[in-house]
Design a protein around this ligand. Structure first.
Ligand SMILES: Nc1ncnc2c1ncn2[C@@H]1O[C@H](COP(=O)(O)OP(=O)(O)OP(=O)(O)O)[C@@H](O)[C@H]1O
Length: 276
C-alpha cells in the first residue's frame, strides 16, 4: 500500500519511482569499483577507489610503480578480493557468481601472457571455450583480428616472438566472446616498434568490436594516444581522471602533469633536433 494509505502515490513516492525508472533506463557501467579498499599489512594498495567505466570507453590507468593499478584491475576478475567495497560488472556484484564463470566474461591479458607451452597456438586460443564446454571458436578469424598469419595456428608458443605471443594472448581473450578487455602492462616486455603496432591494433579492435577496454600502462604517451579517458593513481587513490585532450591542455593536477611532462619533453627534444 502506498505511503499515506490512501491508495494514491505521495509526491515523495512519485519522485522515487521516477528516479527508479531513470536508473532502469540508464545502462549500468560496464565495470565499476565502489569505495574499494585493499590492504597489505599497513599498506593500502587501493585506498577507497570509486570508478565507473562506461560501456565502450577506453580507459588508461596510469601511475608510478606501486600506485595500485594492478591491484585495482585484479579485483575486477577476482584474482584479488577487496577488504572493503564492491566491484560491479554490468551493475552486478562480481562476488555473485563463481570466479571461473566471471572470468569467462572478462578478457584479461597481462605482461607474461602465460600461454600453455605444450599446446599449439590454435589450442591456446580455444582453451577458454573448450574448458567452458562451448563450441570451438573461429581460429582463423581470431588470428586475422590480431593480424597474425593463419599458418601460425599450428606453431608452439616457444616458436613465437614476444609480440606474436602477446597477440595470441589478445586472441585468446577475444575468444571468450567478451566485451570487456583488461590489459595489465600487456605490452611491457615488447620493443617500442612492436609495442606501437600492437597498441594501434588494440585501439582498432576496441572500435571494431565495440569493446570496453582498460589498459594499465607505465607509458603516458601510450595512454594519451590510445585512450579516451586517462585515470591517474597515486598511493592507492585516483588523483586525476581526464580526457587526453584535457591532460595535454595542462589539466589533472600535479601528479598527472608530472607524468605528461615526460613524453612532452621527449617530443620537444626530438623536434628541436630536427631543426638543428
Ligand atoms: N601480494 C602483495 N603483498 C604485499 N603487498 C603487495 C602485494 N601486492 C601488491 N602489494 C603492494 O601494494 C601496492 C600496490 O601494488 P600494485 O602492484 O597494485 O601497483 P602497480 O601500480 O600495479 O605497480 P607496478 O606499476 O609496479 O606494476 C604496492 O605498494 C605493492 O608493494
Amino acid at each position: 500500500m502506498p505511503e499515506g494509505g490512501s491508495g494514491t502515490f505521495s509526491q515523495n513516492q512519485w519522485t522515487k519511482a521516477r528516479a527508479g525508472l531513470i536508473l532502469v533506463a540508464m545502462e549500468p557501467p560496464a565495470l565499476a569499483w565502489d569505495r574499494v579498499v585493499k590492504r597489505y599489512g599497513a599498506v593500502a594498495a587501493v585506498d577507497g577507489v570509486s570508478l565507473a567505466v562506461a560501456s565502450g570507453s577506453f580507459v588508461a590507468l596510469v601511475g608510478t610503480s606501486g600506485s595500485g593499478k594492478s591491484t585495482l584491475l585484479k579485483m575486477a576478475n577476482r584474482l584479488i578480493d577487496p577488504d572493503e567495497g564492491r566491484v560491479l560488472l554490468d551493475g552486478r556484484d562480481v562476488t555473485g557468481e563463481p570466479a571461473p564463470t566471471l572470468r569467462r566474461r572478462i578478457g584479461y591479458v597481462f605482461q607474461h601472457i602465460g600461454l600453455f607451452p605444450h599446446l599449439d597456438v590454435a589450442r591456446n586460443i580455444a582453451i577458454g571455450p573448450r574448458v567452458a564446454g562451448r563450441p570451438t571458436p573461429d581460429i582463423h578469424r581470431l588470428l586475422d583480428l590480431v593480424e597474425l598469419p593463419r599458418e601460425l595456428a599450428g606453431r608452439m608458443p616457444a616458436e613465437l616472438s614476444g609480440g606474436q605471443r602477446q597477440r595470441v594472448g589478445i586472441a585468446r581473450a577475444l575468444a571468450q566472446d567478451t566485451k570487456l578487455l583488461l590489459m595489465d602492462e600487456a605490452f611491457g616486455a615488447l620493443d617500442p616498434v612492436t609495442r606501437d603496432a600492437l597498441g594501434r591494433r588494440l585501439r582498432a579492435l576496441h572500435d571494431e568490436l565495440a569493446l570496453t577496454t582498460i589498459l594499465v600502462t607505465h607509458d603516458m604517451a601510450e595512454a594519451l594516444l590510445l585512450a579516451t579517458r586517462v585515470v591517474v593513481m597515486r598511493a592507492g587513490r585516483i588523483v586525476a581522471d581526464e580526457t587526453p585532450a584535457a591532460l595535454m591542455a595542462g589539466g589533472g593536477g600535479d601528479a598527472a602533469q608530472a607524468l605528461v611532462a615526460v613524453p612532452r619533453a621527449q617530443a620537444e627534444q626530438l623536434a628541436a633536433m630536427a631543426h638543428r
